[in-house]
Write a protein that binds this ligand. Structure first.
Ligand code: HEM
Length: 453
């Protein structure tokens, strides 16, 4: 796809048969991206197909059409700016690294065992997002990787979502009606997922009604999104306090916060193993900031803010392996793109984030190389690249609200692992992207680890 776009000045239209009645326009042209995601975003919506695929999210703001989304977003996204939310992030990071990630890596190191990093990061991101969202620690990242019904349910749902993306809508809808195959698993997983979340909501509602916090988790943080939603909902009643509404938005956070960051960290560890010079520079930067030869957990905002080369290396990983490799939009009316292409209401517009990360015109001739330096400004900070050229977090009003949180958590995890452990990627394993809506690593990434201290 990247090659085809490069040969066609960044935009290609595929006319499909009269039967499907949908044309597909692929583009990696920054002018088109700016037009679709910013200047004319109200014409380009996520569309009914998207809403159907994600119908299990029911009341979640993520799948609402424009007007409802605009209204609901004011409520659901407001916590990102809260001071208490910002203060809770380092505490959650410290807790999940100390109780989960470090003991698991210590154990693997003592056992001389092999570990799949992607599974480790999935569990880490699930636990930390769950504490942030609900205040409850799932504890899925512990020695021995305990069984976690929520994790299994999320994996089943993600698999079914992918099938929905590739099968014709009437086929998967028939399977859903007949309750067979992946749709049967999806229905069962949704029941489990909803039950767990609704239990959290009930418990939290009881606690906030009694003006009582969950003592066990007071030690971690006294802020969580569920508590925030309940306190913001008018008088604890109305739509925003309804169980289904709350569960749907918490579910969105869990999906948005888990696989995206976990996949990115996995690609990051793979890329730095292939680029030892970059890895050494990251280690040097970490040691400048924490020179003592002893175990240390990186969680404080000031400490993480100094790791500019590490952040550049994460941006470079996102450029080469964006976890959302495409963004799809449905025009609600006819339009002409800056590239001159005419789109109709039946044209599916696919913005190719993956191809954009590998364009000579945007990144120069060395676009195929892993070079964190390209992200560093002359003043020593992170160079700003317009979202119309770097679409990894989306752009415009629909852009990812979790970007800052994602970087903070990924930097903390990467710095803590690299400072405390030697990580060795096993040779001879197959490294390939999965065929799915998210760019995860198909077979995971097997490593051995040894303690540095
Ligand atoms: C490497 C990490 C991440 C990447 C690459 C990423 C990427 C994206 C992208 C591309 C979108 C826009 C999708 C579209 O326009 O259709 C998005 C939306 C979203 N992201 Fe992220 N994300 C990341 C981490 C997070 C985290 C940690 C959270 C919060 C826990 C989060 C919460 C959300 C939410 C709630 C939306 C929907 C926004 C809306 O439609 O109003 N993301 N993300």
């Amino acid at each position: 796809m990247t090659q085809i776009l490069a040969e066609n000045k960044g935009t290609v239209m595929f006319k499909t048969s009269w039967f499907t009645k949908t044309d597909i326009l692929l583009t990696s042209d920054p002018n088109n991206v700016q037009h679709v995601m910013n200047s004319n975003f109200s014409i380009y919506q996520r569309g009914s197909e998207f809403r159907n695929v994600f119908d299990f999210l029911g009341e979640a703001v993520f799948i609402k059409d424009l007007d409802e989304w605009r209204e609901e977003k004011k409520f659901t996204h407001s916590f990102y700016k809260e001071n208490d939310f910002q203060k809770s992030t380092p505490k959650i990071i410290y807790h999940t690294l100390e109780k989960g990630l470090i003991p698991v890596l210590d154990h693997i190191s003592h056992q001389n065992g092999v570990l799949d990093l992607q599974s480790l990061f999935n569990r880490y991101m699930l636990d930390s997002t769950c504490i942030m969202a609900t205040g409850f620690d799932l504890g899925s990242l512990r020695v021995g990787f305990p069984k976690c019904p929520l994790l299994v349910a999320m994996d089943d749902i993600a698999e079914a979502i992918f099938r929905r993306h590739i099968l014709p809508e009437r086929v998967w809808k028939l399977q859903r009606w007949l309750r067979v195959g992946k749709e049967k698993k999806m229905a069962e997983a949704c029941t489990i997922f909803n039950q767990i979340l609704e239990d959290y909501v009930s418990e939290k509602s009881k606690l906030s009604a009694n003006n009582n916090n969950n003592q066990e988790n007071e030690d971690i943080t006294n802020f969580d999104v569920l508590k925030f939603y309940l306190s913001e909902a008018t008088g604890g009643s109305g739509k925003h306090a309804e169980k289904t509404f709350l569960a749907a938005n918490i579910m969105t956070l869990l999906f948005a916060g888990k696989d995206t960051s976990a996949a990115l960290l996995t690609w990051f560890f793979y890329l730095i193993s292939e680029n030892p010079l970059a890895q050494n520079k990251i280690l040097e930067e970490i040691r400048q900031n924490f020179p003592k030869p002893q175990k240390h957990i990186f969680s404080k905002t000031e400490e993480l803010g100094k790791l500019v080369y590490l952040q550049s290396a994460l941006c470079e990983t996102l450029r080469l392996f964006p976890t959302a490799p495409v963004i799809i939009r449905d025009p609600t009316q006819e339009d002409v793109l800056p590239s001159g292409h005419q789109v109709y209401r039946n044209t599916k517009v696919i913005l190719c984030t993956y191809a954009m990360g590998r364009m000579n015109e945007i990144w120069g001739e060395d676009f195929g190389e892993f070079k964190p330096e390209r992200w560093m400004s002359e003043k020593g900070g992170i160079r700003h690249v317009a979202s119309s050229s770097f679409l990894a977090f989306g752009a415009g009003p629909w852009a990812c609200p979790g970007r800052e949180l994602a970087f903070t958590r990924m930097k903390a995890v990467a710095a803590t692992i690299l400072h405390n452990f030697n990580v060795h990627v096993l040779e001879g394993q197959i490294i390939s992207p999965s065929v799915s809506a998210l760019l995860t690593m198909r077979h995971g990434l097997n490593v051995t680890v040894s303690n540095r201290y």
